[in-house]
Write a protein that binds this ligand. Structure first.
Ligand code: TRP
Ligand code: SF4
Length: 324
């Protein structure tokens, strides 16, 4: 199968991204994968603040490689370096009714949400966000797209656009299907969804001390006042994390908590140790990667070449179909 997926350059990733990245890493061993930094998409909401985009791009790709995305197996590149994404977006903008874009559920919500934060996002480009995404996918004639639940409406639009193009001209595009990552919605340290904008994330690249600090902030079972009060792991965020990251220790932690045999301070220490031992090798690889500027540039240049070759081929088919 041919797989395409992208991520906006949000900079350093956090452990909430691990489920999506784990999915990418599994897919790359048996499929032809294209993974890219969606830097044009970053402009849709941050057109007035572009100064961080380049640096964020590097930080993010370093995280991808540090957790195990492989430039030998996958084509890893930057969206804005492949002009065909923009070209195909233009073609699609000619054939896509406005109403299709206006009814994408995330659209009105986001315009309103950002509007309330004082940000006017009623631009042409933001309305076209999912159409650019469709071009990203279809320019590689992808069969499948690993995405989170929130992206399903965008993928549905992508399929509709492919269908419409094929019907109007010639069958050029497959209708890509969504590959949903296992719904591992990692909560943040405050129990809300993990997100940099809430400041509740555990960064992949944070120092050990930063991880300890974040774990200390976590809210535990409020019914436990003394350390030998019996606890209720099912209401405790620390336990949610243990369940994901402490593996074989989980039954013991659960039993000790219920029996009041482990205090929350000690329990949190154990969690910090588990997280840090998971993150240690990632930190080491990330450092290595970022210490060698040429290496990362080389990976992205190699990816650019491979992606461009494929995208150019698609655009030839598109021009042929359009008779232009
Ligand atoms: N919209 C996606 C997100 O916010 C990022 C993205 C852009 C993407 N283009 C894509 C994802 C193409 C999959 C395929 O997460
Ligand atoms: Fe949560 Fe651990 Fe405290 Fe139990 S002992 S309430 S699992 S932090």
């Amino acid at each position: 199968m041919r797989i395409v997926s992208g991520m906006r350059p949000s900079g350093r990733l956090h452990i909430g991204h691990l489920s999506v990245l784990g999915n990418w890493i599994r897919l790359q061993s048996e499929n032809e994968c294209f993974f890219f930094v969606a830097d044009w998409h970053a402009l849709t909401t941050s057109f007035d603040n572009t100064e961080a985009i380049r640096e964020n791009r590097r930080e993010m790709v370093a995280d991808w490689l540090a957790v195990g995305l492989s430039p030998e197996r996958s084509t890893i590149f930057v969206q804005s370096e492949i002009p065909a994404h923009a070209e195909l977006h233009l073609v699609f903008s000619m054939v896509t009714p406005l109403s299709w874009l206006e009814r994408v559920p995330t659209y009105k919500d986001q315009v309103q949400q950002l509007g309330e934060q004082g940000k006017d996002i009623s631009t042409y480009g933001f309305l076209g966000y999912p159409l650019l995404q469709s071009a990203d996918i279809l320019v590689y004639r992808a069969d499948a797209v690993p995405v989170g639940q929130d992206q399903l409406p965008h993928l549905e639009l992508c399929r509709e656009v492919a269908r419409r193009f094929n019907h109007l001209y010639q069958p050029v595009f497959p209708e890509p299907k969504a590959l949903l990552a296992k719904a591992a919605l990692t909560p943040g340290v405050d129990g809300r969804k993990m997100s940099k904008s809430y400041g509740n994330e555990i960064s992949l690249s944070g120092e050990q001390g930063a991880v300890e600090e974040r774990v200390r902030m976590m809210i535990t079972d409020p019914a436990r006042i003394r350390k030998n009060d019996p606890g209720h792991p099912e209401v405790c965020n620390v336990f949610t994390f243990h369940s994901s990251y402490s593996l074989d220790e989980v039954p013991e932690i659960e039993a000790d908590c219920r029996a009041g045999k482990i205090g929350c301070v000690a329990c949190k220490k154990r969690l910090a140790v588990a997280l840090n031992s998971m993150l240690d090798p990632v930190r080491v690889r990330r450092e290595q990667i970022l210490s060698d500027r040429d290496y990362l540039d080389g990976v992205l240049e190699e990816g650019r070449k491979k992606a461009a070759a494929e995208a150019v081929r698609t655009m030839e088919m598109v021009r042929e179909a359009l008779r232009i």
